[in-house]
Design a binder for this molecule. Structure first.
Ligand code: AMP
Ligand code: MG
Length: 350
């Protein structure tokens, strides 16, 4: 299949959106930018089209898709028993990086929800994304536009790497703003519960809703607990090299990483390091990449996936990453990084 790439870095190209909308309405696949990561879109109300997403990504069929809408009223067609909290959250955070889990209506096929009787809904902040959703019929199922198991795409080049020749169209909107996926909050349980941390933190949700729970499977060491978001049980974003997170004081971490890198060099193994603008000059014997600045935590979130992909294109066999427990985004960033590392953490000073 020939994949058409349409550039929309400097605003919306109406003709391109129109063509993309036609593809979606006739059951095809279009990758598009959102403020979180690039999405791989299909008509959410068409079971066959949704099925194509799973095939293109190699995604397990029990991992449901988020349905993207372009305005609040659209929610009534796909969800039932919508609680008052949903509107309060929408008023506070939509358009934006928040996904709500609600009871699904019969309009949504089980192919889209991975067999669940709930549906995930989001109204994205990116204007091109909303234009596309409207042009495509109003309901676009879109997981991240990567091959399953690879880091989510934060620029169109990443989508091209994974999806060229596999889907109908890629809308190139340049680099995304946030770089990690939406916060998912479940409103079908007794108390609102975070199923996946993201840019919208627990504190931000708490200011609107009062108490907000966090799915225990996210933080517990108990591996028998099943995450309520089926996708969270998969080991995502695994880089080709072995990845370790090194935790401790800044000084301990730098010394430990240098010690390990020197030992690797002596053994003929090449090392990669994920540091920051502040720390990169301290490392030796390694390919060092800065993820961003600790003074600007959004820069760290924005570059995480791109850096993991860059290391996949390099020759390093082991990567050490600093930990990034920053105030607002730290939980979301560390959730992704710990998964990418397969929970391999080196604790300094113990
Ligand atoms: P992605 O769009 O690739 O970021 O993946 C979507 C995430 O949303 C996955 O982790 C899914 O398991 C989760 N998700 C989608 N629909 C539901 C649902 N109805 N209930 C719980 N989690 C969901
Ligand atoms: Mg994904």
């Amino acid at each position: 299949m020939k994949t058409v790439i349409v550039k929309m870095r400097d605003g919306i190209d109406e003709a391109g959106i129109c063509r993309a909308g036609e593809i979606l309405r006739s059951g095809g696949l279009v990758a598009f930018p959102t403020e979180t990561v690039y999405g791989l879109g299909a008509n959410a109300l068409d079971a066959e089209a949704a099925g194509k997403i799973y095939r293109a990504k190699g995604r397990p069929s029990d991992n449901p898709l988020i349905v993207h809408i372009a305005d609040w009223d659209a929610i009534r067609k796909i969800a039932i028993d919508i609680p008052a909290e949903a509107k309060r959250l929408a008023d506070a955070f939509w358009p934006g990086p928040l996904t709500m889990i609600l009871k699904k209506s019969d309009a949504v096929p089980f192919a889209t929800t991975g067999g669940l009787d709930t549906v995930a809904v989001r109204l994205p902040g990116n204007a091109a994304a909303r234009a596309l959703i409207r042009a495509g019929g109003g309901y676009v199922a879109a997981p991240s536009a990567n091959t399953s198991g690879r880091p989510s795409p934060t620029k169109a080049e990443h989508v091209v790497q994974d999806m060229d020749g596999v889907i109908d169209m890629i809308i190139d909107g340049g680099d995304v703003e946030i770089g990690i996926e939406s916060t998912i909050v479940d409103l079908t349980d007794e108390a609102p519960t975070i199923l996946r941390p993201g840019y919208i933190s627990r504190e931000m949700l708490g200011r609107v809703l009062g108490t907000v729970e966090v799915d225990r499977a996210l933080t517990s060491e108990d591996e028998s607990l099943r995450p309520k978001a089926p996708g969270m049980k998969y080991r995502h974003y695994a880089p080709r090299a072995q990845l370790f997170i090194v935790q401790g004081t800044q000084r301990q971490v730098r010394e430990k990483i240098n010690e390990l890198a020197a030992a690797n060099a002596a053994a003929g193994r090449s090392t990669g390091v994920i540091g920051t603008d502040e720390s990169r000059e301290y490392y030796a014997n390694a390919l060092v990449k800065s993820i961003g600045s600790r003074q600007d935590e959004s820069s760290i979130a924005r570059h995480l996936y791109g850096i993991l992909r860059e290391f996949d294109d390099s020759e390093v066999s082991v990567i050490y990453s600093e930990a990034f427990d920053t105030p607002q985004l730290g939980q979301a960033v560390m959730n992704r990084l710990i998964k990418a590392a397969g929970h391999q953490i080196i604790l300094c000073g113990i």
